[in-house]
Design a protein around this ligand. Structure first.
Ligand code: HEC
Ligand code: HEC
Length: 270
């Protein structure tokens, strides 16, 4: 009996605690400067939006919001302190608001474009463009191309090394050992992909230089050796070097019939 009433008491006090907690959640500060989000949005939902911004851009609250005091972290349904969130002083906040409007416009168009219902269509988030960066990253090959045009190949190669050491593992740039297309990863294509692009532009020496940079990071990339062999044999007409490069690929993947067939082609060259 005593035990039962103790349990009831426990249930009652838990219920009271929950009521107080939900009251605390319900006692929301009035948001005074919302122009895109609904004015009566709950704190929890607003925070989820703001965290989506943070993850999308790789930045904290203070990237967009003015700090006016000592910053202390918030909690579930509780805003951090030390900010005046309503202020629009920071240009980043004003831009972010325009970006929200832009994203909504895109999201309103997508269902019709892909022929799906709105519920079944994935909306774009800040991350889709921003990839965790304040300014959306452009494909690595575009950056390298611009630097090569402006400052030369060796500066571009140095830039590649620097970006790789800084951003490897982030969502911003593709440093993988995959060309673009079937079987490749989900990125923009690594240096193999860039080299292929240069090859088709007739920039053969640049392509070879980048394939060699790729080998520094992926010495066991048989595909890279095979591409080098192809360029050396069929474009540079250097049969001996081509065969030597292809032997490197075969040593890495001795069971590949494709590489053996390529060796046959190179050996048949005059
Ligand atoms: C990339 C910029 C950006 C970041 C980062 C960001 N916010 Fe915001 N925040 C905004 C924008 C834009 C609005 C206004 C939205 C609107 O007009 O509907 C806003 C509005 C708010 C508001 C409502 C203010 C009011 O009274 O009108 C609060 C509270 C808030 N943010 C909290 C946060 C918190 C907490 C963080 C960090 C976890 C954060 N924000 C991170 C851009 C940002
Ligand atoms: C469709 C692609 C796209 C989406 C989605 C997108 N942005 Fe952007 N954002 C851009 C581009 C492009 C720029 C400008 C790049 C430049 O300055 O060259 C930019 C710039 C910005 C900047 C200015 C950065 C600076 O340092 O100058 C902010 C802040 C920003 N976006 C916030 C957001 C937020 C928040 C979201 C999600 C609500 C978002 N963006 C969604 C493409 C996008």
């Amino acid at each position: 009996m005593v035990q039962r009433s103790a349990r009831l008491l426990l249930i009652a006090s838990t219920a009271a605690a929950l009521a107080t907690a939900s009251q605390a959640l319900g006692a929301e500060p009035a948001f005074t400067n919302l122009h895109v989000l609904s004015k009566d949005i709950e704190v929890v939902q607003l925070l989820a939006q703001m965290q989506m911004f943070e993850a999308g851009l790789g930045k904290d609250c203070d990237y967009c919001h003015v700090v006016v005091g000592t910053v202390a972290p918030g909690g579930p349904g509780r805003l951090p302190t030390g900010f005046d969130f309503a202020l629009d002083d920071k240009p980043t906040k004003r831009i972010a608001r325009q970006m929200m409007v832009m994203s909504r416009t895109i999201n309103a168009m997508t269902p019709a474009a892909v022929g799906k219902t709105a519920e079944n269509t994935e909306p774009v988030q800040c991350f889709n463009c921003h990839r965790g960066m304040a300014t959306p990253p452009v494909p690595l090959r575009d950056i390298l191309d611009r630097t090569t045009a402006q400052k030369g190949l060796s500066v571009a190669i140095a830039q590649y090394r620097e970006l790789r050491s800084k951003y490897y593992g982030s969502a911003a740039y593709d440093f993988s050992d995959t060309p673009i297309g079937e079987g490749a990863g989900s990125g923009t294509g690594g240096l193999q992909g860039y080299a292929a692009q240069l090859f088709f532009q007739g920039r053969i020496d640049d392509a070879l230089a980048w394939l060699n940079v790729n080998l520094e990071f992926y010495p066991k990339s048989a595909a890279t050796w095979a591409t080098i062999a192809f360029v050396q044999g069929l474009v540079k007409h250097n049969k001996t070097e081509a065969i030597r490069s292809l032997q490197k690929a075969i040593a890495i993947e001795p069971q590949s019939t494709q590489l053996k067939a390529q060796l046959g082609v190179l050996e048949a060259l005059p």
